[in-house]
Design a protein around this ligand. Sequence first.
Ligand code: SHN
Ligand code: NAI
Length: 250
Amino acid sequence: MAATGAAEEEFPDIKGGGSLIVAWQLKDKPVTIVGGGSVATSRVSHLLAADARITVVCPQDGLSPELRHRLSRSQITHIPRPFSISTDLPSEGPSRPAMVLVAIDSPSVSTEIYTACHALHIPVNVADVPRECDFYFGSMYRDGPLQVMVSTNGNGPKMASIVRKRIESEIGDEPFGCAIERLGVLRAAVRQRIPGHEKAEMRKRMRWVSLLSEKWTIAQLATLDDRTINLVLEDLDQDPPSFQEIQKKL
Ligand SMILES: C[C@@]1(CC(=O)O)c2cc3[nH]c(cc4nc(cc5[nH]c(cc(n2)[C@H]1CCC(=O)O)[C@@](C)(CC(=O)O)[C@@H]5CCC(=O)O)C(CC(=O)O)=C4CCC(=O)O)c(CCC(=O)O)c3CC(=O)O
Ligand SMILES: NC(=O)C1=CN([C@@H]2O[C@H](COP(=O)(O)OP(=O)(O)OC[C@H]3O[C@@H](n4cnc5c(N)ncnc54)[C@H](O)[C@@H]3O)[C@@H](O)[C@H]2O)C=CC1
């Protein structure tokens, strides 16, 4: 059909009012957290899981017990004083934060920090102040490399937490995290055996991994150790073997 002739109803209507959920890669990037209370502590957990380089700025007596523990294990850097816009927000250089998270109990100071970040084009989140957020946090479920984030786009944070718990209980004990971690290892091995970036090679890899992901259950994928991966990958010209076929070879 001609590109211009497509009828309007062929394309879905898109309702706005949402946000773009992405998996932001922060490994080794500097992130600054202002405040050391319970909200800051929860932000630190999420950032540690993302391997970010974390600096917490707050007076010595504001650091929560958990953050003191993380500091003693060198998981975070602590600057023990109130946040200073002129010192703690370098506009360039390796210390320029990739992201700033504000979790303090002073709305006016929060606004000043937000304004300074905004001027420097540094993405910022001020806990609980939607108009001072370039992005919102969501309710997180995590199992190894698997992450599920629920967002209500500011409409009902508590409801986000309720939906996340529903997902958590639906997943139950199924070892998704382990299965996905093992699939990651297997995919790397497939790329070694069928290297190359030609369309045909990519198609072959992608088709093969997709078929295996569907053919094996989550519990079966979770059993893939290095030895079974070698057996599974024995003949990549054939469709993937079943779990039972591999069991017979062991
Ligand atoms: C916009 C956003 C900005 C941001 O902070 O990033 C924001 C804003 C506000 N939160 C408020 C209240 C509460 N927030 C929570 C809890 C969470 N809040 C989180 C995110 C977000 N909160 C972002 C939107 C996310 C979304 O909509 O999906 C969660 C998901 C993630 C996290 O923060 O880690 C975490 C649950 C984590 C979990 O349990 O899994 C609870 C429940 C509780 O504490 O148990 C309550 C009370 C009940 C209620 O109001 O629902 C208020 C009103 C304050 C007031 O009334 O004064 C505002 C301001 C406003 O709405 O104007
Ligand atoms: N505690 C909670 O459950 C929730 C809190 N919030 C909001 O998040 C914000 C933070 O909450 P909490 O972590 O509970 O607060 P908190 O009162 O436990 O901690 C505040 C922290 O900010 C530090 N601080 C204050 N002024 C500072 C400055 N100028 N520079 C650097 N650090 C400074 C303090 O030393 C302390 O570490 C508040 O605005 C609160 O309204 C939102 C949702 C839930």
